[in-house]
Design a protein around this ligand. Structure first.
Ligand SMILES: Cc1cc2nc3c(=O)[nH]c(=O)nc-3n(C[C@H](O)[C@H](O)[C@H](O)COP(=O)(O)O)c2cc1C
Length: 399
C-alpha cells in the first residue's frame, strides 16, 4: 500500500467539498504541482554493495529521538474528516514516536491534545489582530506543556482558493449539489455528521454569535488575521515564549537567516502546501542555500508535497533536519481515523528505510548531497547553491 491508496480511499469516503478543501490550492495551483514535480528533478546516485542490514531512519530533533524524521504538520478542521480527528492524529503520532503540531483552527482544545499520553505537542499559532488573544493562546500553550510554538507567517493575507469557495453558497452553506453529494457518503455521515459538527475549539468563545456556524466562523477567523504582522512581532513572541520557537511559512535563505538572528530555534521552509501564494517556489528548492546560510546547528524543516519515502530522503540529503507532512497524514486520517494515520506513517517509514538501504546510506547522518544528482535546468536553484557545490563530492551537481 502507498499514500496514494489512502488518498483514493479518502476520495471515496469524504464528501466532495471536504476532499476539495484538503486537496485544493490557490488559484492555478502552480505551486501544488511544483511541490510534486520538484522531486522528479532530483535523482539518486546510490552506492552499491554496502551492507545495509542495520539501516536506521531515526534522528535527533531538539535533543529528542524521533523514530522517523517526520513531524505531523498543523492542519485545521481535522474533526470534519474523522470524528475527533485531532485526537486521532495526536495519538497516532505519539505511538509512532514523532511530534504532532496542532493548528490554531483545530477542532480540539489545545489543553486536551497536549494532555494525551505520550504526545509531543507542538502548537501552531496564527496571529490575529487582537494581540491579547494571541498572547492568551501562547500562555495556554505554555501552561499545557507544549514543546514548541510554530508561528505561521504566510497566511496573514488568506490564499485565493477559488476551488474551495465554489462549493459554498453566499450564506456559507455547502451548495445544493454538495449537500446531495453528502448523501452518497454514509460512512462519513455516521462517523462525523450524526455525532454533531465540531467547533474551532480554541477560538470558539471569541466568535461573535452571528458567526457561530462552522463556515462563518472559518471566514471570521480569516478576517482576524493581521496584515501588520512583521519581524517585530516575532521578536515579541521570542520574549514571551520560553520553549522552542519555530517559524513556518518562509522560503528564502535571507528569511531563514533573519529567523535565526531574532532568536528562533528553527524554521519550516513551506509554501503552505500551495494554498497561499500561487506560483511560489517549493521550500525544497531553497533548502540548500538556507542550510548554508544558517549553518548546521539551526533546525530546518521543510514541507510541501511529501508523499513518498524517496521524497523525505531527498530533503534530508539536501540538509533538512526533518520534514512536515500535511496531506499524507490527512489522507490516512480520512481513510481510517487513528489506524489510517498510523498506516500512513508506517508506509513512509518503510519507504524511507528501503530508500536508504538501496542508496547504501545506513543512517540519517550519512545522507548528504553527494547521493543526489540534479536533472535539467529547473534544478538551477539547487545546483547553483554554494552548499551543493561544496558538498557535491565529485562535483557532478555543480556541473
Ligand atoms: C487541509 C489543510 C489545512 C491546513 N491548515 C493549516 C493550519 O491551520 N495552519 C498552518 O500553519 N498550516 C496549515 N496547512 C498547511 C500545512 O501545515 C502544510 O504546510 C502543508 O499541508 C504541507 O504540504 P502537504 O500537504 O503537501 O504535505 C494546512 C494544509 C492543509 C492541506
Amino acid at each position: 500500500m502507498a499514500i496514494s491508496d489512502l488518498r483514493a480511499r479518502m476520495h471515496r469516503r469524504l464528501p466532495n467539498f471536504l476532499t476539495e478543501y484538503i486537496e485544493g490550492g490557490a488559484e492555478e495551483e502552480l505551486t501544488i504541482r511544483e511541490n510534486r514535480e520538484i522531486f522528479s528533478r532530483i535523482l539518486f546516485r546510490p552506492n552499491a554493495l554496502i551492507n545495509a542490514a542495520g539501516v536506521d531512519a531515526s534522528t535527533q530533533l531538539f535533543g529528542q529521538t524521533l523514530r522517523l524524521p517526520v513531524v505531523v504538520a498543523p492542519t485545521g478542521s481535522n474533526g470534519l474528516y474523522w470524528h475527533e480527528g485531532d485526537q486521532c492524529l495526536a495519538r497516532a503520532s505519539a505511538a509512532f514516536g514523532i511530534p504532532f503540531t496542532q493548528s490554531t483552527v483545530s477542532n480540539a482544545r489545545l489543553e486536551d491534545i497536549a494532555a494525551l499520553p505520550g504526545v509531543r505537542h507542538w502548537m501552531q499559532l496564527y496571529v490575529f489582530r487582537p494581540r491579547d488573544f494571541m498572547e492568551e493562546l501562547v500562555a495556554r500553550a505554555e501552561a499545557a506543556g507544549s514543546e514548541a510554538l510554530v508561528v505561521t507567517v504566510d497566511a496573514a493575507a488568506f490564499g485565493n482558493r477559488e476551488w474551495d469557495r465554489r462549493n459554498y453558497s453566499r450564506d456559507m452553506e455547502p451548495t445544493f449539489t454538495n449537500k446531495l453529494d453528502v448523501l452518497r457518503r454514509p460512512h462519513w455521515m455516521a462517523n462525523v455528521l450524526t455525532r454533531g459538527l465540531p467547533t474551532f475549539a480554541n477560538v470558539a468563545d471569541k466568535v461573535p454569535p452571528a458567526a457561530r456556524n462552522y463556515r462563518r466562523t472559518a471566514s471570521w477567523t480569516r478576517e482576524q488575521m493581521d496584515l501588520a504582522f512583521d519581524w517585530s512581532d516575532i521578536a515579541m513572541l521570542r520574549r514571551i515564549w520560553p520553549r522552542h520557537l519555530i517559524i513556518k511559512g518562509l522560503v528564502t535563505a535571507d528569511d531563514a537567516a533573519r529567523a535565526a538572528d531574532v532568536g528562533a530555534d528553527g524554521v519550516v521552509l513551506s509554501n503552505h502546501g500551495g494554498r497561499q501564494l500561487d506560483g511560489m517556489v517549493s521550500g525544497l528548492s531553497t533548502l540548500p542555500e538556507a542550510r548554508r546560510r544558517v549553518g548546521d546547528r539551526f533546525t530546518i524543516l521543510v514541507d510541501g508535497g511529501f508523499r513518498r519515502g524517496t521524497d523525505i530522503v531527498k530533503a534530508l540529503a539536501l540538509g533538512a533536519d526533518a520534514v512536515m507532512v500535511g496531506r499524507a497524514a490527512l489522507y490516512g486520517l480520512a481513510a481510517g481515523g487513528e489506524a489510517g494515520v498510523t498506516r500512513a506513517l508506517v508506509i513512509l517509514e518503510q519507504e524511507v528505510l528501503r530508500t536508504m538501504a538501496l542508496l547504501g546510506r545506513l543512517t540519517v547522518a550519512d545522507l548528504g548531497p553527494d547521493c543526489l544528482s540534479g536533472r535539467g535546468d529547473p534544478l538551477n536553484e539547487l545546483t547553483a547553491s554554494p552548499f551543493m557545490r561544496e558538498n557535491a563530492g565529485d562535483g557532478e551537481l555543480a556541473a
